[in-house]
Design a protein around this ligand. Structure first.
Ligand code: FMN
Length: 205
């Protein structure tokens, strides 16, 4: 599946970052459902999205290995988290952390996947963006396999955990820092905390 060639603008799209962006796909990644937050962030309407491959919003700054790791996990039946930069209809971008879950029918057969996304603090993006740039550079110069092997080596030697744990811990750490700051500012329960509750403790807003 090759995403359409689109003009890329180095500008973040404006979207309501308190919202959760949701999409559902079949087992091939064809979009079957998109919520309002999704259509607002990506600038496509639901009719433009439904029935299209999810790579309709693939950003060229994303290394292939990030999606390979996602699909490897889903095919093994594992839920997964990933930090993704997405491309909007007009070529802008937005960063999200996605919680991918597997949809099953009554017989336990996988019928598709659901992605639920929250906005990512800038401090997390600042840590992930250089890694993705390195992976993309290696991919372009030395090929996809070498990029994949570098990614494995990086996670083992510099992070000490797999990518899924890495991004969840990174997101939690940064959100907690923000929460502490907010508490210091005496603003009571922060929106970030609510977001985390939704994401990690099942408190669906
Ligand atoms: C539930 C679900 C949600 C996805 N969400 C995104 C997304 O937001 N952005 C994206 O670029 N790819 C997303 N993907 C992955 C795409 O299917 C695709 O693998 C990716 O865009 C890379 O494109 P390619 O496989 O054509 O290289 C999602 C896949 C699934 C199963």
């Amino acid at each position: 599946m090759t995403p359409q060639k689109k003009q890329v603008i180095n500008e973040e799209v404006k979207w309501d970052k308190t919202q959760t962006i949701v999409s559902k796909t079949d087992t091939y990644g064809t979009i079957l459902y998109a919520n309002k937050a999704f259509t607002e962030a990506c600038e496509y309407n639901a009719l433009e999205l439904i029935g299209e491959p999810h790579n309709i919003i693939r950003h060229p700054d994303m290394p292939k290995v990030a999606f390979k790791a996602l699909w490897d996990a889903l095919k093994k039946g594992k839920n997964y988290h990933a930090i993704v930069k997405n491309l909007t209809k007009t070529g802008k971008y937005y960063w999200v952390i996605t919680d991918f879950t597997i949809d099953k029918n009554e017989e336990g057969k996988t019928t598709g996947y659901t992605g639920r996304r929250k906005a990512v603090p800038k401090s997390v993006i600042d840590k992930i963006e250089p890694l993705y740039k390195t992976l993309l550079d290696i991919e372009n110069l030395k090929g996809e396999k070498i990029s994949e092997l570098y990614f494995e080596g990086f996670l083992k030697e510099e992070v000490g955990k797999n990518y899924d744990e890495f991004v969840v811990d990174l997101f939690k750490e940064e959100a907690q820092k923000k929460e502490q700051k907010t508490q210091q500012n005496d603003e009571g329960e922060s929106k970030i905390k609510k977001g985390l509750n939704w994401f990690f403790f099942g408190d669906f807003l």
